[in-house]
Design a protein around this ligand. Structure first.
Ligand SMILES: Cc1cc2nc3c(=O)[nH]c(=O)nc-3n(C[C@H](O)[C@H](O)[C@H](O)COP(=O)(O)O)c2cc1C
Length: 211
């Protein structure tokens, strides 16, 4: 009995040591810090429909003006038209000379966010809440993303036979860029820039945000 107990205990400890350490729980601060806008992705990490569905599922838990829930989502993967999205989006408008994304780092999964109602202030507020919630979920899953407002609406509507107006596209993938935040004061340039392959994003200091 005693022998068995020790043997079992030993096996239990040995098995536990073999298991990978549990992933540290994400805090809101770490999610926000990692939730940067990536314009280059690691194509070895393929994002499939079920991952996109997990990301869109946050929409069953978020606020909505008048609880109207007008947003609908078209999921696009490598096998279901990602090239068609890529041809109709613009990335890194502040760095036109770079022609982002670089070849071989293009995103291959997208969520096209549509609205059943015409765009309005309340629809746009819902859109912002939904987009940020979905990107935070992507980061929670170990992925990254980008909100894309600069896209060819009519081409995307036609290519995916959308019955509702597309308002925003999210690219989803495993980010393959180094991105850092830098603190700026009010009045300094907000323009993001790159130096030595690092993408810098200026953010206004808290002291200057407070009224
Ligand atoms: C509503 C919205 C639309 C955006 N559209 C684009 C876009 O079309 N192309 C792009 O490269 N980035 C786009 N961005 C990303 C912003 O450029 C990015 O959020 C900003 O540079 C700050 O970087 P950060 O997200 O890493 O903090 C968009 C962001 C938002 C919130």
């Amino acid at each position: 009995m005693a022998d068995n107990y020790l043997e079992n205990k030993f096996e239990e400890l040995r098995d536990r040591a073999k298991r990978p350490a549990p992933r540290k729980a994400n805090t809101l601060d770490t999610l926000l810090a990692r939730n940067r806008s990536y314009r280059g992705y690691d194509k070895k990490v393929v994002v499939g429909m079920s991952t996109l569905e997990k990301i869109v599922a946050v929409n069953t838990k978020i606020p909505s003006a008048r609880n109207q829930q007008v947003l609908r989502f078209k999921l696009v993967t490598r096998d279901s038209g990602a090239d068609n999205v890529l041809a109709n989006i613009k990335m890194g408008g502040a760095l036109p000379e770079l022609h982002l994304p670089f070849e071989g780092t293009e995103p291959e999964a997208y969520i096209i966010v549509c609205s059943t109602e015409p765009e309005s202030k309340l629809v746009d507020i819902d859109l912002g809440i939904a987009a940020q919630s979905m990107l935070l979920k992507a980061v929670d899953l170990g992925l990254n993303g980008l909100m894309i407002g600069a896209f060819n609406k009519s081409a995307i509507t036609e290519a995916f036979a959308l019955k509702y107006e597309p308002l925003l596209i999210l690219a989803i993938g495993k980010g393959a860029e180094t991105i850092r935040l830098t603190e700026i004061r009010e009045g300094e340039s907000h323009r993001y820039y790159r130096e030595n392959d690092v993408h810098y994003v200026p953010k206004v200091a808290l002291a200057d945000l407070l009224l």
